[in-house]
Design a protein around this ligand. Sequence first.
Ligand SMILES: CC(C)(COP(=O)(O)OP(=O)(O)OC[C@H]1O[C@@H](n2cnc3c(N)ncnc32)[C@H](O)[C@@H]1OP(=O)(O)O)[C@@H](O)C(=O)NCCC(=O)NCCS
Length: 173
Amino acid sequence: MLRDARMQDVAELRALLAAAWAATYRDLIGDDALAAMTREALRPETLAAALGDPSRLTLVALDGAALLGVVAAELRPAATHVARLYAAPGAEGRGVGTALLAALRARRPDMPVTLHVASANARARGFYAARGFRDRGPGREIVAGVAFDVRVLELPVGAPMAPSSTAPRTAAR
Ligand SMILES: CC(C)(COP(=O)(O)OP(=O)(O)OC[C@H]1O[C@@H](n2cnc3c(N)ncnc32)[C@H](O)[C@@H]1OP(=O)(O)O)[C@@H](O)C(=O)NCCC(=O)NCCS
């Protein structure tokens, strides 16, 4: 099931994001930068503050009590900007990411959805392209002092968002 993240999710959210970042970025930025980024950007109090911020929205996917994925977005005036989208390591390819994106978009159907994806993250870029996101060009993002070359992506209002070819096994209720 999918629901809004709650304060009591912070510890599990932190663990999921730390594991996903390690799996995704270790080869790209190295152990030291990964450790610094994780320490700085994933402080429990920072995550808790984001959950209490009305200009942000965080949705989680659950299978029973287990956290399978998260999408965290900034509700910007002209776009819903995805700051984070991760399936838990081991839960990829089960429709979680697609279901989270669809649920996020449904909250503000009259807004485009934007995001930055690391240019080197070919798998995620393929995922977004297959879901209907357009590449708006290069950008740069700094996360807790660690710089990433990124692609700026946008899912326009009304553009069809292709479902995952893998049937969602976490029913979006
Ligand atoms: C990218 C990600 C969010 C997609 O979510 P997901 O739940 O795995 O994706 P879904 O099951 O909804 O969709 C499956 C699609 O994602 C693609 N995909 C991307 N990364 C994948 C991965 N690590 N494992 C399996 N499929 C992956 C598959 O090719 C598949 O494409 P298709 O349906 O067009 O054939 C997720 O795989 C993930 O967290 N990956 C690692 C971290 C990451 O790169 N996050 C994005 C940061 S911007």
